[in-house]
Design a protein around this ligand. Structure first.
Ligand code: F0G
Length: 470
């Protein structure tokens, strides 16, 4: 089992957490209609809903907040982030935006025409949404190893290159608007993409003259996985590995709320295509604001310029990947099945394995995260059938390929004792799995229902008698 790698920082500022009883949590989750997104954060002890924008900034970043330039045009903080991005990624052009989906909203219409395909190792939901808004079709071609949580494979985030090339031949290169490499592959469990895979995908993109875009939210964690797992990279620096990864692509969209180690921010990078960048700038002004601030305050730009470098620090990354590995190993030792090897930003519990008696239409992932909240005050989220909107044509509940419960670890926020509490909680949930019941939706909005839907527990015994359960 992995040892916990001690934090390469000490704590200078603290934020109190609320400690609640099970009875209080039962009341709170009922009031939230069994939707964890509807819970006030004051009712949560350890918040693992996301690693996005929930990071702790360093003393240097907070100092940056104070010295930032808030000028509308040409602020020195803009030049600082521009030069940082040029230095780290070696791209000529960059545009700050307020978060990852803002980058997608601007870049994807520049790349995709109606009816075309966007092909990815796996699209994140907002990316999928923006592809759809361009009236284009998202297709995920991740390697098959990603779909089996028990298969040990070092780069479960990879694109299936053979299927990619077959798909391009079948549909015609002119019908593929963009290839997207999501690093790390969030939806597959924060799983990394290898350098070899990036190189092969880039060769295919070049052969068929298709734009290659990186969804770069967790680029630094991906670079560290390459250093740890891919032969030939052990002695290369993280910045060097990052530069090589990005050298294979034409552009990137980044939610900087993850590896930028800030609370808000995003970036569009364009390697050298001036025409594309001119289009990006033209759309930035009406959507995000003037090009030298792009929806962010000067203090956000300043903090991000510093955060991007901090994310490349090898001691930080060793600790970061180490702590998630530690949590994953503890869970496995306690009999909790997870996507393995453990990813970079979260543990993904295989809810179908923990709760085999709860069918997909009663949402095993959601049942698991609700019980984890009741048991230990921790907040995760379902990445399974509950997260899928009903089929737009038939209105029927769709079945997700995997039923996962995701517990994300914010950067530089929780300590080893918190991780032990998370592990103990999830092991207790697994121990009482047989007693858990599923949920049904009593109200849902038309799209992206998981954020606001209202649920209630299913009385399984009655359904069982009526023969409705499988
Ligand atoms: N791409 C990836 C891979 C992401 O994980 C996210 C966000 C985005 C794009 C969109 O960025 O939130 O800044 O607009 N992921 C968060 C999560 C929300 O919890 O996984 P955003």
């Amino acid at each position: 089992m992995s040892n916990y790698i001690a934090e390469p920082f000490r704590i200078k500022m603290v934020e109190p957490l609320s400690i609640t009883t099970r009875a209080q949590r039962e009341e709170a989750i009922k009031l939230a209609n069994y939707n964890l997104f509807s819970l006030p954060s004051k009712d949560v002890y350890i918040d693992l809903l996301t690693d996005s924008g929930t990071n702790a900034m360093s003393d240097m970043q907070w100092a940056g907040v104070m010295v930032a330039d808030e000028s509308y045009a040409g602020a020195s903080s803009y030049y600082k982030i521009r030069d940082t991005v040029r230095d780290i990624f070696q791209y000529r052009y960059m545009q700050p935006v307020h978060q990852g989906r803002a980058a997608e909203k601007i870049l994807y219409p520049c790349l995709l025409k109606a009816g075309q395909y966007s092909v990815s190792n796996m699209h994140f939901d907002t990316t999928r949404g923006h592809v759809g808004l361009c009236k284009a079709k998202p297709v995920d071609l991740v390697v098959p190893e990603a779909h089996d949580t028990e298969t040990v494979y070092p780069f479960k985030g990879n694109m299936d290159v053979e299927r990619l090339e077959n798909f391009i031949r079948e549909k015609g290169a002119e019908n593929i608007g963009v290839i997207v490499m999501t690093i790390t592959n969030n939806t597959a469990g924060g799983q990394p993409v290898s350098m070899a895979n990036m190189r092969e995908v880039a060769a295919v993109a070049k052969k068929y003259q298709i734009v290659l875009n990186i969804d770069a939210a967790r680029f630094a964690e991906n670079a560290m996985f390459i250093k740890e797992r891919e032969s030939g990279y052990a002695d290369r620096s993280i910045i060097d590995i990052t530069r090589e990864m990005f050298s294979y692509a034409d552009c990137f969209t980044m939610s900087a709320k993850k590896d930028g180690i800030v609370n808000m921010g995003g970036i569009i990078g364009v390697k050298e295509n001036q025409e594309l960048f001119t289009k990006v700038q033209a759309l930035t002004v009406p959507f995000e604001g003037f090009i030298t601030y792009g929806g962010l305050a000067g203090r956000d730009l300043e903090a991000l310029a510093l955060g991007l470098y901090e994310a490349l620090d090898e001691n930080y990354l060793k600790y970061r990947l180490g702590l998630i590995r530690y949590l994953g190993d503890k869970l496995r030792a306690g009999g909790v099945p997870i996507q393995y090897p453990t990813g970079g930003h979260a543990v993904f519990v295989d809810a179908r394995k923990v709760l085999p008696h709860i069918p997909y239409y009663e949402f095993p992932g959601q049942a698991l995260v609700i019980e984890a909240y009741l048991e230990g005050g921790i907040r995760g989220c379902d990445i399974g059938s509950y997260m899928l909107d009903p089929d737009p044509e038939t209105g029927k509940q769709l079945q997700a390929e995997m039923e996962l419960a995701r517990f994300c670890i914010p950067r530089r926020v929780y300590t080893q004792a918190h991780l032990d509490h998370i592990a103990d909680t999830l092991i207790s949930v697994k121990d009482k799995a047989e007693t858990l019941k599923g949920y049904r939706i009593v109200w849902q909005p038309e799209v992206l229902r998981h954020f606001t839907a209202q649920l209630e527990p299913v009385n399984s015994d009655i359904l069982f008698q009526e023969g409705a359960r499988k």
